[in-house]
Design a binder for this molecule. Structure first.
Ligand SMILES: Nc1ncnc2c1ncn2[C@@H]1O[C@H](COP(=O)(O)OP(=O)(O)OP(=O)(O)O)[C@@H](O)[C@H]1O
Ligand SMILES: [Mg+2]
Length: 251
């Protein structure tokens, strides 16, 4: 009798012993983390603690100096990995959107579908339009980034990740460059994705959002995880001194 491997028990993302050096600076000092599938994991920590660097190691926008990352049970920190495909599988949304300014919303979303997913142009356009529809931008397909608000541009960036049918999306402070009235429209899209079962790793200081949407919090300090646990437990009964200091500083 064979026992079928149960994919659902394998974490979507697992990081083991991640170190990162920038020249003489030892920025990540051995981070382990498990990102369960279909859940929202939030990274917290002070400025310079290593949150962005760690997040970027998960899809190798930054190369870890040491350690392994597994996606869906497969090691991706090796030479054989196709990093373009990896970055389509593990999408990323940045603070500053990173859209191509000379391309329309539709073209920005279509690009990766054609060049990374090898979709025929018409199929790519249909998939891109559908993704833009999911983030509420069906009426803005032909606009250039400069013709869109910050919140709309960030939703294009989310659609760009979404269109690739990713296994997970990483968000690095997706609302911190937005005017306050646009923050909610981006958080609403993220909340919907979470409800639909998208695996997400989020760096955000929107504590109300994290409280409602994040399943687990990981507190990073000085390139190390100092505390982790279910969101409400960490927020309401932090165990580590640095977590308590951080939470009282931002609230
Ligand atoms: N490309 C780089 N070259 C050199 N040093 C870097 C680089 N990227 C990050 N660092 C340094 O690594 C440390 C961690 O940076 P990181 O951006 O990961 O912190 P963070 O927790 O995301 O901070 P913030 O909340 O301000 O975004 C900082 O000291 C930063 O200056
Ligand atoms: Mg950062």
């Amino acid at each position: 009798m064979t026992i079928a491997a149960d994919k659902t028990s394998v974490p979507m993302i697992e990081a083991r012993g991640i170190h990162k050096h920038f020249g003489g600076m030892h920025v990540l000092r051995g981070i382990d983390a498990v990102v369960p599938r279909g859940k929202v994991t939030a990274l917290m920590g002070g400025s310079g603690s290593g949150k962005s660097t760690f997040l970027r190691c998960l899809n190798r926008i930054e190369e870890p100096s040491e350690g392994e990352v597994l996606i869906d049970g497969t090691v991706i920190t090796d030479l054989r990995t196709d990093v373009n495909r990896l970055r389509a599988d593990i999408g990323m949304v940045f603070q500053d959107y990173n859209l191509f300014p000379h391309m329309t919303a539709l073209e920005n979303v279509t690009l990766g579908l054609i060049h990374v997913r090898n979709k025929p142009r018409s199929e790519a356009r249909d998939a891109a339009a559908a993704a833009l529809g999911r983030v509420g931008l069906a009426d803005h397909l032909e606009k250039l980034p400069q013709q869109l608000s910050g919140g709309q541009q960030q939703r294009v960036a989310i659609a760009r990740s979404l269109a690739m049918r990713p296994k997970a999306i990483l968000f690095d402070e997706p609302t911190s460059a937005l005017d306050p009235e646009m923050v909610h429209e981006v958080l609403d899209v993220m909340r919907t994705l979470a409800t639909e079962g998208m695996t997400m790793v989020v760096i955000s200081h929107e504590m109300g959002f994290l409280r409602k949407v994040a399943d687990q919090l990981i507190m990073i300090d000085g390139g190390l995880v100092v505390e982790r646990g279910p969101t409400l437990r960490v927020l309401d009964a932090p165990e580590h001194k640095r977590t308590r200091e951080f939470l009282s500083a931002i609230q």
